[in-house]
Design a protein around this ligand. Structure first.
Ligand code: ZN
Length: 174
């Protein structure tokens, strides 16, 4: 019974990882482990005896590994961000390629791209202005995070201070 609960938990982890945009290898590992523990359980039902105990052990192991992977995947700032063809920097309009130093701003359910960290910061510092110029349907609250391509990985950029300043500016205008 406990084993079945743990398997449901593993399936939950898979869904969570998929939602969090986690690297597919984590999802793949958790999925393989879950499938393996379920298959082993089915075999164990027929074999009975110590096989059932071993099945429980494998399920618990799968649960521990899945939890570990979930924590790792969520904590890791690494995400896979797809740069759509023809994306341009919102500040200088240059075409965005997947090269070192390119930055992405996560807003609501999409990404905005910039050819450099400097342009991302400039965009944030003059947020209202750029939103108007680029006719974006955006508010400061939509910003979920910022990322920079560093060593072929998307690393989290701390832009909280700029966003805070923007929010305070807006409040003072009201
Ligand atoms: Zn630019």
């Amino acid at each position: 019974m406990l084993a079945r609960v743990l398997e449901f938990f593993n399936i939950g982890v898979i869904i969570l990882l998929a939602n969090k945009n986690a690297p597919t290898k984590y999802i793949y590992y958790t999925l393989s482990l879950t499938v393996f523990s379920v298959l082993f359980f089915i075999v164990a039902i027929f074999v009975k005896g110590s096989a059932l105990l071993l099945s429980l052990f494998i399920t618990i192991l799968a649960f521990v590994v899945a939890t570990f992977l979930a924590v790792k995947a969520i904590k890791s700032p690494f995400m896979d961000i797809d740069i759509p063809e023809g994306s341009r920097c919102l500040v200088c309009s240059s075409f965005i390629k997947k090269v070192e130093g390119v930055t992405a701003l996560h807003v609501e359910n999409r990404f905005l791209f910039f050819d450099s960290e400097e342009h991302l910061r400039r965009f944030l510092q003059n947020f209202e202005e750029y939103v108007k110029i680029r006719r974006l349907n955006l508010v400061v609250d939509d910003i979920k995070g910022a990322y920079k391509l560093d060593n072929e990985k998307w690393k989290s950029l701390d832009v909280s201070r700029i966003i805070e300043t923007q929010t305070n500016n807006l409040k003072s205008l009201e």
